[in-house]
Design a protein around this ligand. Structure first.
Ligand code: AMP
Length: 191
């Protein structure tokens, strides 16, 4: 596995967070999740948290300006110099272009985009289960459907964006956590 600057792409519930954490341990690079950063900001009641709270609860996207600034700050920290796993950013084309610019400025372009695919009814079931276990405010059925629609409209176009740059590798997201992790490692091993 040579790539260390990696983006995980996938619908809500596709298992990106779980796989990102595993991969971070294997590669020894930080997990950069804008969702986690935003949830921390909401919990700490910072200015960003106050602006993001209602939008997140509704399942909509927080403004590009906020998430681009969060990502820029995080990727500029010293521990991200040796690589990173991006999870949940970028979520639209404006963010993808901002990320490209930032990484060019840092002299460290993205090396791989891994897209984890899971069938949409399975995603809804997984998220409802997570709602019971974790109690995330945006894991209720109505908000889940909104998040799916937002993903299809805003984030799915990124598949062709990264495919056209020859960075995309697609992963079947069905099966156990270990099975998916193996597919990811295989995809990272391939040139
Ligand atoms: P996640 O944990 O990645 O599913 O993110 C949870 C919520 O945080 C999303 O539904 C959005 O409201 C917000 N969010 C996280 N990342 C982004 C992003 N890159 N752009 C806009 N909103 C985001």
């Amino acid at each position: 596995m040579s790539a260390r600057r990696i983006l995980l792409l996938g619908a809500p519930g596709a298992g990106k967070g779980t796989q990102a954490e595993r991969l971070c341990k294997t590669l020894g690079v930080p997990h950069v999740s804008t969702g986690d950063m935003l949830r921390a900001a909401v919990a700490a009641e910072t200015a960003v948290g106050k602006r993001a709270k209602a939008v997140m609860e509704a399942g909509q996207l927080v403004s590009d300006e906020i998430v681009i600034a969060l990502c820029e700050e995080r990727l500029s920290e010293p521990d991200a110099r040796g690589g990173f796993i991006l999870d949940g950013f970028p979520r639209n084309l404006v963010q993808a272009e901002a990320l490209d610019e930032l990484l060019v400025a840092l002299g460290a372009p993205l090396e791989r985009c891994l897209a984890v695919h899971v069938e949409s009814e399975e995603l809804v079931q997984r998220l409802l289960k997570r709602a019971e276990l974790e109690g995330r405010v945006d894991d209720n059925e109505e908000t889940i459907r909104v998040r799916m629609r937002v993903y299809e409209a805003e984030t799915e176009p990124l598949l062709s964006y990264y495919r056209s740059r020859d960075l995309l590798r697609e992963i079947a997201g069905a099966g156990s956590i270990e099975e998916i992790a193996r597919r990811i490692e295989e995809a990272l091993g391939r040139p």
